[in-house]
Design a protein around this ligand. Structure first.
Ligand SMILES: [Zn+2]
Length: 401
């Protein structure tokens, strides 16, 4: 089981003043997909030239994992000048996907090749991986670098997929097919856009006609855009789509048949952009305190798949009812969940039963940083994004010129 929660709930704690707005230098790639090379595994540096919009999409093909869950090492040649890479692994919905290793030349490996053999779980690579990687079911995305502690080098990389399922608390490697796509990013201008598809379930009485005129929703989107604006990210264009109204109450979120899986898969035919689902309630599940057993929002990955919509992890879900209880909370929750989807972990996870805190892998996010946008308990005054958090956000392949 993963020890890193993918969503947030609860509504307390005070926060400080907002951080100064400003735009640091851009560090990531962006733009529309380019011609994909349909090779099996190996892609040479010669095959990729720097695209005008700073992003290249490379299909690495499909590989098979063995009965122990391990796939082969898959080579990937990184051209000079690449500043960021997102890998997306895809399999069937009953498989959880992880990287058993990610080698790079002449620098600290992004994921050490033997980390799984000593880790207590395949769910997340913490201490052995400066560049934290989180396993995800069905479709898993991995961003590098997601910390200044790892330097991305050009040259011969190799990645090794690992596939498993959880059964009675045990993780069991399994044979399956895994498709791998790499998104390579080059440096681009400081300000870029994140297109949103706002998916309406009927929560808040909103549909695609009324949502653009809803002052509550428009204020929330403006708040979210301002919060992410310090990282040079502007939300837009924003489109509105209606989805199945039976999905407006998310009462289950584990497994391919869960409400959450059905919700996030329901935007399969949307235009390019990040899918943002507005629902009434998201139940945390598992017999919590009545009224507190709810989540404000949840993201389909850390990071999420930057392009694909046709799967159970595509986008973020936001609980309209909870978010509108406090002025400004809805917009803050939207920015927080988008932050996860673009690649940010909580500055620290909620204390475990032993009281231990799990900080993120960024050196400038002092735990527990209750005023930070990515604090585990989101409040209306959580607004800060550190310099390094902004760098991570800018590396997302979901951003456009
Ligand atoms: Zn969160």
């Amino acid at each position: 089981m993963s020890t890193v929660a993918l969503g947030c709930f609860a509504v307390f704690a005070g926060c400080g003043e907002p951080s100064e707005h400003g735009t640091d230098q851009a560090a990531a790639g962006d733009g529309a997909p380019h011609d994909a090379a349909d090779g099996q595994g190996d892609v040479t540096g010669d095959a990729v030239t720097v695209p005008v919009d700073g992003l290249a999409v490379i299909e690495l093909g499909e590989v098979s994992t063995g009965g122990d869950g391990y796939g082969p090492w898959v080579p990937l040649q990184l051209p000079a000048g690449v500043t960021t890479i997102t890998l997306v692994l895809r399999s069937t919905d009953d498989v959880t996907l992880q990287l058993a290793g990610w080698d790079q030349p002449g620098a600290v490996d992004i994921a050490p090749k033997a980390w799984l053999q000593t880790a207590g779980t395949a769910g997340v690579c913490l201490a052995p991986c400066a560049n934290r990687i989180l396993a995800q079911p069905g479709v898993a995305a991995f961003l590098a670098p997601n910390t200044p502690l790892v330097e991305l080098r050009s040259g011969a990389h190799a990645i090794r997929p690992y596939a498993f399922r959880s059964e009675n608390g045990n993780e069991i490697g399994m044979a399956t097919k895994v498709r791998i796509t790499a998104y390579l990013g080059w440096s681009t201008p400081a300000r870029r856009r994140l297109a949103l598809n706002v998916a309406l379930t009927g929560a808040g009485g909103l549909d695609r006609t009324t949502a653009p005129k809803s002052s509550e929703l428009q204020q929330a989107l403006a708040t979210a855009s301002a919060l992410l604006g310090v990282a040079g990210i502007e939300l837009g264009p924003i489109r509105y789509r209606d989805v199945d109204p039976t999905l407006r109450f998310v009462t289950s979120r584990s497994g391919p048949k869960s409400d959450l899986a059905q919700l996030l898969a329901s935007g399969a035919d949307f235009e390019p952009g990040l899918n943002l689902f507005l629902v009434d309630q998201i139940w945390l599940g598992g017999g919590g305190i009545p009224g507190l057993d709810l989540m404000l929002g949840i993201a389909g990955g850390i990071p999420g798949d930057p392009f694909g919509h046709d799967h159970r992890r595509a986008g973020v879900a936001i609980a309209w009812g909870l978010g509108t209880d406090q002025e400004g909370l809805l917009g803050t929750v939207i920015a927080h969940e988008l932050g996860h989807y673009l690649g940010l972990f909580h500055t620290t996870e909620a204390p475990g039963s032993d009281g231990a805190l799990l900080p993120d892998n960024l050196p400038d996010t002092a735990a527990p940083a209750p005023q930070n946008l990515m604090h585990w308990s989101v409040t209306t005054t959580c607004k800060d994004l550190s310099h390094e958090q902004r760098q991570v956000l800018r590396r997302s392949a979901a951003l456009r010129l």
